[in-house]
Design a protein around this ligand. Structure first.
Ligand SMILES: NC(=O)C1=CN([C@@H]2O[C@H](COP(=O)(O)OP(=O)(O)OC[C@H]3O[C@@H](n4cnc5c(N)ncnc54)[C@H](OP(=O)(O)O)[C@@H]3O)[C@@H](O)[C@H]2O)C=CC1
Ligand SMILES: CC(=O)N[C@@H](CCC(=O)OP(=O)(O)O)C(=O)O
Length: 315
């Protein structure tokens, strides 16, 4: 029987993209709410409880409200907001994070879809800590750039308003307390919060994250090749991975370091650059904030929860 899916927040940026990704799927029935009822609590409650899987694409408070409206114990939930990402009762929806995570997601009732920014740092740092190459206490900085769609409908409207004169590159979060820091710390397996400086660019979609490593103070200084091998080994061991690792090459620049090249896909590509003489390494992740960063990840998680072959359907 076709699984019934309700996207609460289907008119928002993430909700619309999930809807597009699921359109045409014969194994699913999409429950939809009339436009004039999309904030009506009774109408939302009815569909949340009718759904086999409810996908919440709402601000945090509204997502918590939706979870509170669910009385049907067979309704499963994927929440795209920040509300439950470090809650131990929820599975973190980054399947490639370790070998067991896709099974955890497949068997979970509650799945917290990851934040867009944290996935790149987690993908690059966690394998190094697990391999013992970096200690959990290693001081980490993360820089990142995202397209303005990362800020949802309000930021899209701001950047696309007639006469808008936005900065090409605007760093923010300068109190170093961005809402993504807790999940970035926990799932990277870091003992301390990374110093995270995001930036928004004057383009709609796509992102890159950067983790520079000054390795000279370590007792055992790893080479760039060793760091690359540890990350590549990690992802080689993950089934159905949408994360790939670029070959280890000495490049001064690369056309692949373009935040928009994976737009409208669920792909993430990792790169390792190094100067061994200086014990310096840079870890880069390139992906779509609306793809692997949001709607692609949600569909990947939905497929795992429904036992659908992730590679057999568009994810
Ligand atoms: N954009 C991105 O790159 C990413 C977003 N996310 C997260 O996903 C969630 C959705 O984000 P995004 O799609 O960007 O946001 P948008 O602002 O684009 O969309 C949110 C939608 O939720 C609706 N909404 C707000 N309050 C309620 C309510 N009480 N009941 C029903 N609907 C409501 C909004 O309606 P209205 O506009 O009329 O208020 C809007 O349609 C957020 O938690 C966000 O942090 C996660 C990863 C990446
Ligand atoms: C460019 C921009 O503003 N990005 C958003 C993050 C988008 C996102 O991932 O939202 P979640 O926290 O729900 O995951 C921000 O920094 O708040």
């Amino acid at each position: 029987m076709a699984a019934k899916i309700f996207i609460d927040g289907e008119a928002g940026t993430t909700g619309l993209q999930i809807r597009e990704r699921l359109a045409g799927r014969k194994d699913l029935v999409l429950l939809s709410i009339p436009a004039d009822k999309r904030k009506d609590i009774a109408a939302r409650a009815a569909l949340l409880n009718e759904a086999d899987v409810a996908i919440l694409c709402l601000p945090d408070d509204a997502a918590k409200e939706s979870v509170g409206l669910i009385t049907n114990s067979t309704t499963r939930v994927i929440d795209a907001s920040t509300a439950y990402r470090v809650d131990p009762n929820w599975a973190y929806g980054f399947p490639e994070m370790d070998k067991a995570q896709s099974d955890r997601i497949a068997n979970a009732r509650f799945v917290a879809n990851p934040g867009c920014y944290p996935q790149g740092p987690i993908a690059t740092i966690r394998p190094l800590i697990e391999a013992g190459i970096l200690p959990a206490s290693f001081p980490i900085s993360v820089n990142a750039i995202s397209g303005y769609s990362g800020g949802g409908k309000p930021m899209i409207a701001e950047y696309e308003a007639a006469g808008a004169d936005a900065s090409e590159f605007m760093p923010y979060g300068l109190t170093f307390n961005h809402k993504h820091v807790p999940e970035m710390t926990q799932y990277s397996k870091l003992a301390n919060a990374p110093l995270f400086v995001p930036a928004v660019g004057d383009y709609a979609q796509g992102m890159m994250t950067f983790v520079p490593l000054q390795l000279g103070q370590l007792d055992k200084v790893p080479t760039g090749a060793q760091i690359h091998a540890a990350i590549a080994d990690h992802f080689a061991g993950i089934k159905d991975s949408f994360v790939t690792v670029a070959p280890y090459e000495a490049l001064v620049k690369s056309p692949e370091l373009d935040p928009q090249i994976y737009n409208n896909t669920n792909q993430m590509k990792l790169h390792v650059f190094a100067n061994d003489a200086r014990a310096q390494v840079l870890l880069v992740a390139v992906y779509d904030n609306l793809g692997k960063g949001a709607s692609g990840a949600a569909v990947q998680n939905l497929n795992l929860m429904l036992g659908v072959d992730a590679k057999a359907v568009a994810a």
